[in-house]
Design a protein around this ligand. Structure first.
Ligand code: HAM
Length: 432
């Protein structure tokens, strides 16, 4: 038998991580809360594939966007198809909307999508190459209340996880007509200061001047201060729509910061855009917990009938990191209420029957079936802080009984095996 030398042991891919049990508990709690809130607001959970045709993303997200230019995991199949690991959920959601005839469903169609996404970025705190999002999409309606609802869902999810002091940075990109004259003015302005722009922005100025506003290089950031702002170029209808979004946010008491220089990384956005931050973040964690906006132009970019839509996504890893930093624990419905102690071969066999009965009535239990000594099992009970222990020893297995011990008081009762499940069911509240 050949042995793999240790130095050759295969490791995981850079920027892609195993989610170990502690983190998994955070992930599943975050996704569960987001889904619970989404379903309350009429969103339907659904899923799209991890692999899509590359063209689904390249044009709609923007050929010059960072994601399309540098971060897509592209592959070519043996048959010659160009596919990509999905970097985000919005373009797939819109594809799915048309492909599955959702135009004929009651509008708008509200989708909840949770899962893994892939971007080939430089891994750092809060930035990985495989990450997870919870995503809310509202397709088929352009009423400003939907924009406010997308923000409401993000904020409610974060609040229900115990996070406070959310800040929503919001802006409007206007529609395509508003942006044309603005873009011209912006180019004129930056051209006057071209020597101060970084190398990338000199290129961006030709390809997509709005992206210069998103640059983090200090020289470019400083130039932004006096750059023309899009608000001055908005049509009456774009202004009215944005005003309505803000009024809804005022009404529901969600604080926001009007950030006239906010732009987002994808070309499909128009009108409302926003990013959500926590004022509680530290560790230079000024990265957004979530972001979104209106993408009325996406359907046309995909070659479909123009369809208004708005949505948002939250980053699961970033939320989990913030929860940990704040000492917030994920809630688990599966926290064990009972510990099963078994002693001897006959009891060990019977314990399998007992466990299955408890599973059927939905009582989460803990056990250590492979441990045979009483002492080592009691050690585990005390560590887990479980209120009740069921004791199934050699004698109980022969008598057809089960011992029930209250771990706080030490009081132990003997119950018959047959009536045991009924008794547990009736007294479940006692054990919480
Ligand atoms: P996004 O701003 O690219 O928007 O991503 C949303 C959130 O996903 C970010 O705020 C962040 O929390 C998380 N995220 C993004 N990239 C990474 C990464 N490399 N590592 C860890 N977390 C990350 C979108 O994806 C849009 N599709 C949102 C949307 C939905 N717009 C309309 N509908």
């Amino acid at each position: 038998m050949s042995r793999v030398p240790k130095k050759d042991m295969v490791t995981s891919v850079k920027g892609m991580h195993d989610i170990l049990p502690e983190d998994f508990a955070y992930h599943s709690h975050i996704i569960k809360e987001a889904r619970r809130i989404a379903e309350f607001y009429g969103f339907q959970p659904m899923a799209t594939p991890h692999l899509e045709k590359t063209e689904l993303f390249s044009h709609p997200l923007g050929d010059t966007s960072d994601v399309v230019e540098k971060q897509m995991y592209n592959l070519r199949t043996r048959g010659g198809d160009h596919l990509s690991l999905r970097p985000e959920a919005t373009a797939p959601a819109m594809r799915a909307y048309f492909e599955n005839g959702m135009q004929s469903w009651p509008q708008p169609v509200r989708m909840f999508i949770a899962g893994a996404f892939f971007r080939h970025e430089s891994p750092q705190a809060g930035r990985t190459r495989e990450f997870h999002q919870v995503d809310f999409e509202i397709i088929g309606d352009d009423d400003a209340i939907n924009d406010a609802l997308a923000i409401r869902l993000c904020v409610s999810t974060l609040q229900s996880l115990g996070l406070k002091d959310m800040m929503v940075n919001i802006n409007t990109l206007g529609d395509r007509q508003d942006r044309a004259p603005y873009r011209k003015e912006l180019v004129n302005y930056f051209k006057r200061h071209i020597e101060k722009l970084c190398k990338d922005c000199k290129r961006r100025l030709k390809e997509n001047p709005l992206r210069v506003l998103d640059c983090k290089v200090p020289g470019c950031v400083a130039l932004k201060e006096n750059a023309p702002v899009l608000v001055d170029y908005l049509s009456e209808s774009s202004k009215k729509h944005f005003q309505e979004v803000l009024e809804y946010l005022d009404e529901i008491g969600i604080p926001y910061f009007l950030d006239s220089h906010l732009v987002r990384g994808f070309d499909y956005y128009g009108r409302t855009i926003f990013e959500i931050f926590s004022s509680e973040s530290t560790e230079g964690q000024q990265s957004a917990l979530g972001g979104g906006g209106r993408y009325d132009e996406l359907a046309s970019l995909l070659g479909a009938k123009s369809t208004p839509a708005v949505g948002a996504a939250l980053g699961v890893e970033r939320i989990a990191a913030l929860m940990k930093q704040k000492g917030l624990k994920p809630r688990s419905d599966q926290k064990p209420k009972i510990f099963l102690i078994q002693l001897g071969p006959a009891a060990k066999k019977k314990s399998l029957i007992l466990m299955e009965e408890l599973r059927k009535i939905g009582v989460p239990i803990a056990q250590s079936l492979s441990k045979d000594s009483l002492r080592s099992q009691l050690n585990i009970v005390s560590k887990l802080n479980v209120p009740v222990a069921i004791i199934l020893g050699q004698k109980e297995a022969l008598d057809g009984t089960v011992g029930l011990r209250n771990m706080a008081t030490g009081v132990q009762e003997t119950l018959s095996f047959d009536k045991f499940i009924g008794t547990i069911k009736a007294r479940l509240k006692e054990f919480s």
